[in-house]
Design a protein around this ligand. Structure first.
Ligand code: S6P
Ligand code: ZN
Length: 217
């Protein structure tokens, strides 16, 4: 034990450095096209987001016209285990279903305490955050040259409110995992729509009432 630096401790397990491939230690990203090295990208298309958008009729009408790419994610998982990090590049296309902006499915982390940091690289968007325990909601801008902190136990969804692809990197504990079930069941309490030319979070219940009253958003 070094008395001057208590961060230097005898290793309880072999240092993972030698186990990490050099192309996981250094990864070059580009913005045009938005890619993380030559990593494969998992694609989510409109049909994959059935049930997510508030205006079901607008969703079905858009799907009849085609099944466009909404977003893609390239994960990098250099090492797993206590203290290790994973990260991923996300590219979310611009567009709307009705008045609601294109967005990700949204999730909680399977390991609820796991937080995440989002680094905005290009485009204009926002993170919709919702505290699982209280339902409290925040809409936080996600822009180039900005960083968003997503606390643990917080459902998070990325929304593209601009006219160009929204590009970001999310960095999270290797054991975070994804839990999509709560959002698939209850969705978020707020819908992010364009209102008076600007993004606005509107309570989902309010949107439903407006549609019932014959004034769709
Ligand atoms: C992972 C992180 C992101 C999302 C990505 C796609 O913890 O939050 O990489 O996976 O933004 O969103 P979703 O909700 O489809 O996983
Ligand atoms: Zn996440």
């Amino acid at each position: 034990m070094n008395p001057d630096n208590d961060s230097i401790k005898p290793a309880s397990a072999p240092c993972p450095l030698a186990a990490i491939a050099s192309d996981d230690l250094f990864v070059h990203y580009t913005l045009d096209p938005a890619r993380l090295g030559d990593r494969p990208m998992t694609e989510r298309r409109l049909a994959d987001l059935r049930g997510c958008f508030a205006d079901g009729a607008a969703f079905e009408a858009a799907l009849r016209r085609g099944n466009p790419l909404l977003y893609s994610v390239s994960p990098v998982e250099p090492a797993s285990g206590d203290g290790q990090l994973h990260y991923g590049l996300g590219v979310l296309q611009p567009g709307k279903i009705g008045a609601e902006y294109f967005m990700t499915k949204g999730h909680l982390h399977a390991h609820r305490p796991a937080a995440e940091v989002y680094v905005g690289l290009a485009g204009e968007g926002a993170m919709l955050l919702e505290d699982e325990a209280t339902g409290e909601s925040r809409l936080v801008p996600l822009l180039a040259h900005s960083v968003v902190y997503v606390p643990g136990r917080t459902a998070h969804r990325t929304v593209n409110t601009g006219a160009a692809p929204l590009v970001y990197i999310g960095i999270y504990p290797s054991n975070a995992g994804h839990d999509y079930a709560p959002v698939a069941k209850n969705n978020f309490r707020h819908v992010v729509i364009e209102r008076d030319g600007r993004p606005a979070p509107v309570p989902r219940a309010e949107i439903k009432n407006r549609r019932l009253a014959g004034s769709p958003v």
